[in-house]
Design a protein around this ligand. Sequence first.
Ligand SMILES: *[C@@H]1O[C@H](CO)[C@@H](O)[C@H](O)[C@H]1NC(C)=O
Ligand SMILES: *[C@@H]1O[C@H](CO)[C@@H](O)[C@H](O)[C@H]1NC(C)=O
Ligand SMILES: *[C@@H]1O[C@H](CO)[C@@H](O)[C@H](O)[C@H]1NC(C)=O
Ligand SMILES: *[C@@H]1O[C@H](CO)[C@@H](O)[C@H](O)[C@H]1NC(C)=O
Length: 446
Amino acid sequence: MAFLLRLAAFAALGLSAVEARAVVAHYMLYRLDPNTDHARRDVREALAVGFDGFAMNMGTPGANWSTSAIDQLFAAAKGTNFGLFFSFDTAQHKILADHFAVLEQYRDHPNYMRAGPDNFPIVSSYGGYANTSDWAHFKSTSDIYLIPNLDDTRPGGGDTGPYYTSPAEQLSQYNDIVDGYFSWESAWPQSIHGPENISSAGDQAVMNFARSTSKSYMMGLSALQYKNLFGDSWYRVGEVNLPQRMGQILEMKPEFTEFMTWNDGGESHYIGNMWPEAYANDLPEILLYANTEQWPHYGWQPLVTSFIKAYKAGVPASQMEPPKGKQAVGALWYRGMLKTCTEKVPRNIDAAVDSVNYAIVLPKRPSKGLQVRVSSGGRVLSTVRANPGLNYGAVPGMRVGRQVLELLDRHGKVLMSATSPSDVTNATECNFNFNVVGLEKERRWH
Ligand SMILES: *[C@@H]1O[C@H](CO)[C@@H](O)[C@H](O)[C@H]1NC(C)=O
Ligand SMILES: *[C@@H]1O[C@H](CO)[C@@H](O)[C@H](O)[C@H]1NC(C)=O
Ligand SMILES: *[C@@H]1O[C@H](CO)[C@@H](O)[C@H](O)[C@H]1NC(C)=O
Ligand SMILES: *[C@@H]1O[C@H](CO)[C@@H](O)[C@H](O)[C@H]1NC(C)=O
């Protein structure tokens, strides 16, 4: 299906409409201090990664701080080709009228992201709100490109609910209402059956249905889900979910990809900044297990840059390439303690593996004989050949102590490496957020 995505911002810059796959990052609207450059840094850094825009998660439509954050993001995006659209958080706030009232204020902004043959403002959602008549009402009274999230977030729904197993039955009632479907839950395995890797079967079923009715499809891409908040704690895999999911998206070629997330510390899947005016003021308990000083996730960004380029080029993971000017990019990630921890034990702990995880992207024709070596607690756990494109692994047997990822030349010399900034311990308190460390060059090579 040829699908035309037009970004208003491109038109504003005098560029022609682009026929492209778009990648946005889910952005939690939260308190942003207008006396800082925080909104500008978020937009600039997201642009540098290669994102086309932010899907702004709005959970409290009309709140002062929310409107202020939206204003700051639009001001930050002005003059760039960065797009912004709303993702109505229907888990927090189900009254669509309130969300639409905010949309009306911003829909004509030159940086409001648009799509489809009519070049309408994009509206998406989170939280599975599936009230057909309510969506139908707003779709018929507002010119929007509607790509809601309708999957079932209730326990037992997850990525194997009827939305994924019998989409025709579940979704036909939306034929005249939506322009596309966005699936949230399928970005991680449910992780209730022990160690489990991500499957794209549910996405494939929904995307097939979407295509059969000329709708677009948006897939979610995320590294993990770990939450320890409001008296509940859970873990969803995790380990090598990020590179495996990249491979699936590159194979399936949906029209949109939403990276989850830019800044959600609460669920530990942030890849950008977590600003203190939001977290320190409003949800300080999150900072105990997720903050960008102790657990920065920036090290994943170059992998996402490489993914975005491959996605737009329509090539598989084996043809991912390092971003321009880099010989290779990669990251090491690991939990700070073994899963024998006994306090604050998350639900689904059985799904976790004590593994040292990595991904490395090499060019089309890498030097001969490159190898990836993973060491843990002073012992080499694995040495494998490195291939062109995306390499990754979840190497079991993580030990207490230092964690090291190395790219070796054929003589065993270290070309690049990533070393744990803090050792793995056998601490009793669980924290399933990952330490993420980018691969750094040690020497030049050919
Ligand atoms: C919220 O809005 C009101 C009315 O516009 C204003 O007086 C107040 O200072 C705002 N509060 C914050 C925290 O921005
Ligand atoms: C759907 O939304 C409409 C309009 O807000 C409301 O009147 C109705 O009760 C809702 N239906 C369900 C099943 O929640
Ligand atoms: C998940 O994938 C990793 C990496 O390919 C592999 O090592 C592991 O065995 C897989 N786990 C399961 C449960 O299939
Ligand atoms: C684990 O912790 C205990 C208590 O602090 C310590 O005695 C033990 O040596 C640790 N084990 C390892 C493998 O570091």
